[in-house]
Design a protein around this ligand. Structure first.
Ligand code: M6D
Length: 365
């Protein structure tokens, strides 16, 4: 299709097809469950990447892995191609003055095993060390948990007081994984918990966490474990992304916190901002936390209208079923669906047939 033919897609919700990505850890059964697949299996594809215009960084993976594809009346078309056909139309004139792409990446992530201890670049490190205009500040919104081998669902986050670069480097060189885990705060999680993970903050997602991540659009992860909990060896490239071990260690912010300080700093309380008999609209991540992205939640038992927005947005249906009314047309939605809503779309009305939970993700401001 030529660029002109693609423009009609700016006026309708664009539904993405399933887009699973290979990772170093296992999981994904709860993504299958959410997608209402017949079989629910844990394997090496524990993440669903949503509205992605970037590729994943894995070992010898296929070239386009990570890129989202849209189901259209003309077959499958990559989201990137649709947007690139007319960035101003899909993303907005003011937006493209500041950003060269959507500026955001969304994931569903389900861990069968603990992820390796890691850190992501902040903007400064990304610019100077990786020549990237985006770091990888991210957010976690816990949707569900499961107990695995009797273990409660936890996340590890932030250095405890007294952890210095010297101590951390020693632990890394001796591969003292218990020592590294003990250097971080261990936080039990439950559905509804929300955390900001700023670039530079060490972290590891424990086993049994099903969460939505909204984040800056890169795949830069620095890791300090050479072998995963289930025994997969991690290559040097995946340890330090090609910048070497010393620069990898520079990516961490060596600030120590007490447990309470860590929670105050990074745990976010969702807040209802608009309620009626038919809906509750809550903000989760917003300008108070970051200008890199945003996340809201709409619990719907009736109708809710979203007026023309200043920016494009993405709607993920966590559960429920209903209709989206948009530009005189009706589009069905159901659990597991993911929609890109261009800035040109105008007012949209969501009407539930079955009580629904919609997650609304926003680009940077
Ligand atoms: O260690 P791997 O398997 O690459 O997993 C890396 C994953 O880590 C999590 O903390 C998040 O940052 C995900 O966005 C990322 O994909």
């Amino acid at each position: 299709m030529n660029n002109k033919d693609l423009q009609k897609y700016a006026k309708m919700p664009l539904k993405q097809s399933t887009n699973r990505v290979w990772r170093t850890y296992s999981g994904g059964a709860l993504i299958d469950k959410w997608k209402e697949e017949k079989q629910q299996v844990d394997n090496s594809f524990p993440e669903e990447w949503i509205m992605s215009t970037i590729t994943a960084r894995g070992n010898n993976r296929s070239e386009g892995e990570g890129l989202s594809e849209i189901e259209t009346d003309n077959g499958i078309i990559s989201l990137k191609d649709i947007i690139d056909s007319d960035k101003e139309l899909f993303l907005g004139k003011d937006f493209i003055k500041k950003f060269d792409s959507t500026g955001v990446l969304i994931k569903m992530l389900d861990s069968r095993e603990r992820l390796t201890i890691q850190v992501h670049p902040d903007k400064n490190y990304a610019k100077h060390v990786l020549s990237s205009s985006y770091g990888k500040t991210e957010s976690w919104y816990v949707l569900n948990t499961r107990e695995i081998d009797g273990e409660k669902s936890v996340v590890y986050m932030g250095f405890k007081k007294g952890i210095t670069r010297e101590k951390w480097e020693k632990l890394f060189l001796s591969q003292d994984i218990e020592g590294m885990l003990n250097s971080l705060h261990r936080i039990e999680v439950k559905p509804g918990d929300a955390f900001m993970i700023y670039g530079g903050v060490p972290h590891a997602i424990g086993s049994g966490c099903f969460l939505m991540e909204v984040q800056e659009p890169t795949d830069y992860t620095m890791r300090v474990e050479r072998i995963t909990p289930t025994g997969l060896e991690i290559s040097d490239e995946l340890i330090h992304q090609g910048v070497g071990e010393q620069k990898m260690l520079d990516c961490f912010h060596y600030d120590g916190y007490t447990y309470e300080e860590a929670l105050n700093q990074w745990k976010v309380a969702p807040r209802a901002i608009d309620t009626s008999d038919e809906y509750t609209f809550s903000t989760i991540f917003n300008d108070a936390h970051t200008n890199c992205f945003g996340l809201s939640e709409l619990c719907l038992n009736g109708e809710y209208s979203i007026k023309q927005q200043e920016n494009f947005y993405v709607v993920v249906i966590y559960y429920g079923e209903g209709i989206i009314y948009c530009n005189g047309k009706e589009f069905a939605y159901r659990q597991g669906d993911e929609f890109f809503m261009s800035v040109a779309i105008g007012e949209v009305i969501f009407k539930s047939k079955i009580e629904s939970k919609l997650l609304l993700c926003y680009p940077p401001s």
